[in-house]
Design a protein around this ligand. Structure first.
Ligand code: SF4
Length: 275
């Protein structure tokens, strides 16, 4: 098959040359970004040009520029995650419980349920004054609200019995709490304690792959890959910035590439439909 396709190449000889004397010319430097206008800007809504790569993959060297643009644009997005973070106010307990509420739940639902719960109970001891059934009512309709109500109750028990009512700062201690996984533990470490860590959820995983910054199949693979490629100074803000971006513009099924402030820097890897 390879020979057939080779033979069909117009103007080529067996050695792969053109048959004409080759004239040496100085190689042009390859720009880090392809400068032609992104096809999406001229394409009809939802049509094929969205899958045409228009930029090179984002790299360790260019990610700073991408993040700077997103940081400047973020205040206009009105994203649910930013609302939630304002409610949590960098309190470790609220961050921990807010993250548990957000698991497998639409961001809009979490942004409503979390403030309603925190108004009644913003410490482990106050949370234990509520029954699991009362917590259920307060957090409905987040996903798995019955299970989460029991998990929250159990976590509050453990925090009081094992950690003196405080949320531990070590990732190993956080992971020892029933119902706390790597995403939740990393979020508490970075957002509440300001320690380095990369919290990778579905938004961070998806967008990092669309940029070509990583090439991974799962959030846990992305966390490891990002630890290699993402400069440490961006670790803490990376999650909240990309979650807000993913909630509003770089959405899962059909991202808003035509409105995206970094569409000239994004190769849109794996995007098959966009707006
Ligand atoms: S919205 Fe489109 S152009 Fe912007 S980062 Fe996402 S895939 Fe890339």
């Amino acid at each position: 098959m390879a020979a057939m396709s080779f033979a069909k190449t117009p103007g080529r000889n067996r050695l792969g040359g053109s048959g004409r004397r080759k004239v040496d010319s100085p190689k042009k430097p390859v720009p880090s970004v392809v400068t032609r206008a992104p096809a999406i800007l001229t394409a009809k809504r939802g049509t094929a040009p969205s899958v045409q790569p228009v930029a090179r993959p984002v790299t360790r060297q260019t990610v700073a520029r991408v993040l700077r643009i997103l940081r400047n644009a973020a205040p206009q997005w009105n994203a649910p995650v930013l609302t939630l973070m304002a409610v949590e106010k960098r309190d470790p307990f609220l961050t921990l419980i807010g993250c548990i509420l957000s698991l497998r739940t639409r961001d809009e639902a979490t942004a409503v349920a979390a403030p309603r719960l925190f108004e009644r109970a913003d410490t482990p001891s106050r949370m234990l004054e509520l029954t699991p059934a009362e917590i259920e009512c307060l957090i409905y309709p987040v996903g798995f609200y019955r299970t989460k109500a029991r998990v929250i109750h159990q976590i509050c028990h453990e925090l009081i019995e094992r950690f003196g009512g405080r949320v531990p700062e070590r990732i190993e201690d956080l992971l020892s709490l029933k119902g706390v996984g790597r995403k939740t533990a990393n979020l508490v470490i970075t957002q509440a304690f300001g320690k380095p860590g990369i919290c990778v959820d579905t938004h961070v995983h998806r967008i990092s792959n669309r940029w070509g910054l990583v090439h991974t199949r799962s959030p846990s693979e992305s966390e490891q890959a990002l630890r290699e490629v993402l400069p440490r100074r961006y670790w803490i803000e990376y999650n909240s910035l990309l979650v807000a971006f993913g909630q509003t513009l770089c959405q899962p099924v059909s991202p808003w590439c035509s409105r995206c402030p970094i569409n000239h820097l994004c190769p849109r890897i794996g995007v098959v439909r966009c707006r």
